[in-house]
Design a protein. Structure first.
Length: 472
């Protein structure tokens, strides 16, 4: 008799001991906890031919966007497929196809296959979680929302994992602009389990996108024990905390958090953590804040990775570090390498189009910014700003590129472009101090002293609430 998981899905070639490890691994995966790796290894030690055990291991090798981990997983999965005994279910074969596509670099195909699984098996939480992350990596906000929303009604509210599914759904709602609904849903998820760091992350995004940074500071401060350590998302949530502190004007707090958590001599050099460090220091650079030797250390960490072309979103953040450290030659070398790579057509490799359509134009613009060729930055970024989502990430993460465009327009004297960009930002998020300071700078350039003074007052009024939340 074939064993089944807790939702009744058949688990071929998986004994009871391995099944227990599978369920524990899924729980750790949903909570972004390191135990997922240990449980995955224990699962395969107990049942080496477990279909879903090998599929889970393949997905784990891909979720960190680490090229070397993906290569190791690709080799391991190929060996498994050669030795896999007969007897798999239709659901498992779909998972095998999805893992194979993802390992080959076709994220869109993998996401579509996982979507088919979810339609037929909406309680397959691994298909939901893996598909959700693919939607994030490809910047597909509608699918990020609807993949989970389409399955949600099939989930009993009393299911222990229902709250984690709510947290995923909340993030999709936020990325598609449904901020009130997203916040309500994310808060409900965290109420079910305070350790749900993805749900906490969704709440944090709703505050960020509405400019409610004082509320965000208070929310994170009240739950520090639940999110600030012991999970794979803690560095990223600290990065969000720093974004709030930046809006409050507390650069000292930002740098203290950076040194303690985001990047230091104990950091492991993981791509997901390095990109947060780059994104934060780049925002400081745009605001003309001196980050000191941090840039050199960060650029060294990126260089030590020796990444081949794998994920354009990571490449952009590596270039940020090189430009911030004034290592333009390293940034240009990365760009030349990616240009050579895209010269060969790879229609089934998602990162090929990401790199060509978005990654390379953004990298070139960052280099131009470092060279103070601000007009060139505008010329490079303006045509791609409405397709930045194509190379993944969230609205909050991609805002570093949007701010680069605005800063370049201001510094290049492109008043009409700057006015348009400032107007867009203020009308979308009128309580953001950064937006009003940009308006003040634009008004100064146009000789409108009264407008500039009023904008600075608005910025100071809004920053003061964040400063109060930080205890300044």
């Amino acid at each position: 008799m074939t064993d089944t998981d807790r939702h009744g899905h058949a688990m071929s070639h998986t004994g009871q001991q391995a099944l227990a490890h599978y369920e524990s691994a899924l729980e750790a995966l949903l909570l972004f906890r390191g135990e997922v790796a240990d449980e995955s290894r224990a699962l395969l030690a107990a049942s080496p031919h477990s279909v879903m055990g090998n599929v889970l291991a393949a997905y784990l090798g891909l979720l960190g966007t680490e090229e070397k981990d993906a290569a190791a997983s690709r080799d391991a999965f190929a060996r498994y497929q050669k030795s896999c005994p007969a007897g798999t279910t239709a659901r498992e074969r779909m998972h095998i196809a999805a893992a194979t596509a993802w390992l080959a670099g076709d994220l869109h195909r993998a996401g579509a296959l996982l979507g088919e699984i979810t339609v037929e098996y909406p309680l397959d939480v691994l298909a939901l979680a893996a598909g959700h992350q693919i939607d994030f990596f490809t910047g597909d906000a509608a699918r990020l929302r609807d993949r989970v929303g389409g399955a949600l009604s099939a989930w009993p509210e009393g299911d222990p994992q229902y709250g984690r599914v709510l947290g995923m759904y909340a993030f999709g709602l936020e990325e598609t602009g449904h901020y009130s609904r997203a916040q309500q849903t994310a808060l409900a998820a965290v109420e079910r389990d305070p350790r749900d760091v993805w749900g906490i992350h969704a709440v944090v995004h709703t505050y960020e996108m509405q400019g409610q940074f004082a509320e965000g500071i208070r929310y994170l401060d009240a739950r520090t024990d639940d999110w600030a350590a012991g999970n794979y998302l803690n560095v990223h949530n600290w990065w969000h905390y720093c974004l709030y502190a930046l809006e409050a004007g507390d650069t000292r707090r930002v740098l203290a958090i950076y040194d303690a958590v985001l990047h230091n001599d104990r950091s492991q050099g993981l791509a997901m953590e390095l990109l947060d460090a780059s994104a934060l220091l780049w925002r400081l650079l745009l605001a003309d804040h001196d980050a000191g030797p941090r840039w050199t250390s960060l650029a060294d960490a990126w260089a030590a990775r020796r990444d081949a072309p794998y994920y354009a979103f990571n490449d952009v953040h590596a270039v940020m570090a090189y430009v911030g450290a004034d290592r333009i030659a390293d940034a240009e070398r990365l760009v030349r390498d990616r240009e050579a790579w895209i010269a060969d057509a790879r229609p089934d490799v998602t990162n090929h189009a990401m790199t060509e359509r978005v990654g390379l134009p953004v990298c070139r613009a960052l280099i131009a910014y470092g060279q103070r060729r601000y007009g060139r930055v505008v010329d490079l970024l303006a045509p791609v700003r409405y397709r930045l989502n194509d190379f993944g990430g969230s609205h909050a993460q991609r805002d570093a590129v949007h701010k680069t465009l605005l800063e370049a327009a201001l510094r290049a004297g492109r008043a009409d472009t700057a006015r348009t960009l400032v107007s867009e930002r203020i009308n979308l998020r009128p309580v953001c101090p950064y937006n009003w300071l940009a308006q003040a700078r634009l008004s100064d350039r146009l000789g409108r002293a009264a407008e500039a003074a009023a904008a600075r007052v608005r910025a100071e009024e809004q920053a003061s609430s964040g400063a109060a939340a930080l205890g300044r």
